[in-house]
Design a protein around this ligand. Structure first.
Ligand code: GLU
Length: 307
């Protein structure tokens, strides 16, 4: 059933060339659960509320973590929830040549470099610098291979991250800033196991698909400044970002496949959608899925901060 498109909010009119492209980019490591549906619904609503295009990208670059059949299962779940993409899904596993071309450009310009450090080497270098890290936290890369491999074989490829704060404004979280060089260090673009890193794949594909608005879960918010730096290094445009609230498990932790989140019950799509809508501050709806979606498009609370 067709979901009616509301009239365009005049505050969003940037001239006749207004163009919106959004996306939902699940990793097929399992089926959608209550938390991932919030991001899917929010990105769909934002696109529809702004009369934009909504795309789905299957982020299957981390092959050891991908579960056979999960991508098809996710597409089926989205369809059952009435969230239909405007074009066939893009699979990142088919995009290796584009990631390689981007990496080659960065290497040729000295903006990326090969790194020979193992995890142990990084720990040792950090300890030698007197830097400790909190338990469970990522170890910032200490920059050992910035000036060469020191006789070690190349393992990964890293982006040369410039010093200083990276600032951006999230449509929901407001002004954000992170010193990526200090907190994370030079980020991995191609991993030691030869897999493409999420950061490179997502930045290359967001630009290639013409994504103007990224709407995704708040757990990914701290990746944004890394992606901004990578966009700048590659000369790519920066989309606007909206990070949606997380669904918490009973223990207060973010609901995730890792802590046993249950896959969505496809027999009850409206129930699942109502739960996701509540997280986004939208009222419950009864009736059909398309009617509920149309009502939520009209009530979408993030419209004012759309650009
Ligand atoms: N594939 C990522 C995930 O499922 C999301 C990437 C993104 O939206 O930027 O967590």
């Amino acid at each position: 059933m067709h979901v009616p498109t509301p009239p365009l909010d005049p505050r969003l009119r940037g001239g006749d060339d207004l163009r919106y492209a959004g996306r939902f980019a699940p990793s097929p490591t399992g089926l959608l659960h209550a938390g991932s549906l919030v991001a899917a619904l929010a990105s769909w609503l934002d696109a529809r509320a702004q009369r934009g295009t909504w795309l789905v990208r299957i982020e299957d670059v981390d092959t050891p973590r991908c579960v056979p059949g999960a991508a098809e299962g996710i597409l089926g779940q989205l369809a059952a929830c009435g969230l239909h993409p405007d074009a066939p899904p893009v699979w990142q596993s088919t995009r290796g040549a584009a990631y390689q071309a981007a990496l080659d450009r960065l290497l040729a310009r000295g903006l990326a470099y090969p790194c020979g450090c193992s995890r142990k080497d990084i720990e040792a270098a950090l300890a030698a610098q007197g830097r400790t890290r909190a338990r469970g936290e990522e170890a910032p890369y200490p920059g050992t291979c910035r000036d060469g491999l020191h006789g070690k074989p190349a393992r990964a490829v890293r982006l040369r991250v410039p010093a200083g704060m990276v600032a951006w404004t999230d449509r929901r979280l407001g002004p954000q800033a992170q010193d990526v060089a200090q907190a994370v260090g030079d980020i991995v673009l191609r991993r030691a196991d030869c897999l493409w890193a999420y950061q490179l794949a997502v930045v290359v594909d967001d630009a290639w698909q013409g994504i103007t608005h990224v709407v995704r879960g708040e757990d990914l918010a701290d990746n944004t400044p890394r992606q901004l730096l990578l966009q700048q290094a590659l000369g790519l445009p920066t989309p606007s970002y909206l990070h949606t609230p997380l669904v918490l498990a009973a223990d207060g932790q973010k609901l995730s496949k890792q802590n046993g989140a249950q896959p969505l019950d496809l027999a009850q799509p409206l129930q699942a959608l109502n739960a996701a809508a509540a997280v986004l501050g939208l009222p419950p709806r009864h009736g059909t899925v398309p009617d509920a979606l149309a009502a939520w498009v009209a009530a979408w609370p993030f419209l004012q901060s759309g650009r």
